[in-house]
Design a binder for this molecule. Structure first.
Ligand SMILES: NC(=O)C1=CN([C@@H]2O[C@H](COP(=O)(O)OP(=O)(O)OC[C@H]3O[C@@H](n4cnc5c(N)ncnc54)[C@H](OP(=O)(O)O)[C@@H]3O)[C@@H](O)[C@H]2O)C=CC1
Ligand SMILES: O=C(O)[C@@H]1CCC=N1
Length: 270
């Protein structure tokens, strides 16, 4: 992998995280290229990471691995632009929500290997969840390259491509759900009279501790919840209200909406 030149085409929020992960993991900076739409963004990327910012066509020509980090609805235009520069041997890695590997394969020379990855923003602190799916022409070797690309950002897992929209609903969008829950807990704490800073510290540390327990104890969430819930206690009173207000249904509906939206994005993309 360190022998290969990697280009991040559309190095925005997620693309920059991949780029930073590569550099952090020791990939030579002179084998990392980035592209940007705006000159000020290009300057920012070079200043922060010491990488060369080039045009999309130059990136496609020079790189062995092309990570596509543009928004899904911008992907078609980028593919039209680079298609003739994608020569045999190059690997395409898509970060785009909703778009199947076939979206890329259909716009690139026959036989181009494409891998679809859904990662998430905790990549910023090295705790991303990245789910990797090979398309038709992608081999295990290509999957290993994608794994090398995303390992510096956190955990990786291989999933069949048909599961990617569900993955997007659970882990791609997932951080936002947790932030909303923490935000709601802070507001509720403030309503109960806690200083905002205290409420924030309590809610955030509770989220961190609970997440670590979930991951490290291997316990079922229901079992961990029961251990907090004393008979006739405070937690039981709170949980009853969450259930009465339809928390489970709200999450089920929310994730279904994210899943449907991913499918709509694929239908809208040209
Ligand atoms: N945000 C998230 O939590 C997640 C996002 N994703 C996926 O990652 C992808 C990127 O999302 P995100 O990083 O949030 O979005 P950003 O808008 O931050 O990044 C996209 C970048 O692509 C640039 N761009 C657009 N068109 C071109 C072009 N023709 N040539 C070069 N650069 C171009 C944009 O430029 P400009 O700055 O000028 O707009 C922008 O910097 C999306 O496909 C999204 O579905 C996946 C998982 C999580
Ligand atoms: O909201 C979105 O469409 C992107 C994909 C997953 C997280 N953010």
């Amino acid at each position: 992998m360190s022998e290969q030149t990697v280009a991040i085409i559309g190095a925005g929020k997620m693309g920059e995280l991949v780029l930073a992960g590569l550099i952090r993991s020791g990939h030579p900076a002179d084998r990392v290229l980035a592209t940007a739409r705006r000159p000020d963004r290009a300057a920012e990327l070079t200043e922060r990471h010491g990488v060369t910012v080039v045009t999309n066509i130059e990136a496609a020509t020079r790189a062995d691995v092309l990570a596509i980090g543009v928004k899904p609805l911008d992907a078609g235009k980028v593919l039209d632009e680079i298609s003739s520069s994608v020569t045999p041997g190059k690997l395409i890695v898509s970060l785009c929500a909703g778009l199947p590997t076939s979206f890329f394969a259909n716009r690139l020379p026959e036989g181009t290997p494409v891998i679809r990855v859904m990662t998430n923003t905790p990549a910023m602190v090295g705790h991303a969840m990245s789910a990797i799916s090979p398309g038709d022409h992608a081999t295990d070797e290509h999957v290993a390259i994608a794994d090398d690309l995303f390992k510096p950002l956190g955990a990786t897992v291989r999933v069949p491509e048909y599961q990617q929209d569900a993955v997007t609903a659970v882990s791609g969008s997932g951080p936002a759900y947790f932030y909303l829950v923490v935000e709601a807990m802070i507001e509720a704490g403030v309503l109960l009279g806690l200083p905002r800073q205290t409420a924030r510290e309590l809610a955030v540390q509770t989220a961190v501790g609970s997440a670590l327990m979930l991951r490290d104890s291997g316990g079922h969430p229901a079992e961990l919840r029961e251990a907090v819930t004393s008979p006739a206690g405070t937690t039981a009173a709170a949980l009853r209200e969450l259930e009465r207000n339809g928390l489970r249904t709200a999450f089920s509906d929310a994730l279904s909406a994210a899943h449907s939206r991913a499918q709509q994005i694929a239908a809208q993309a040209k």
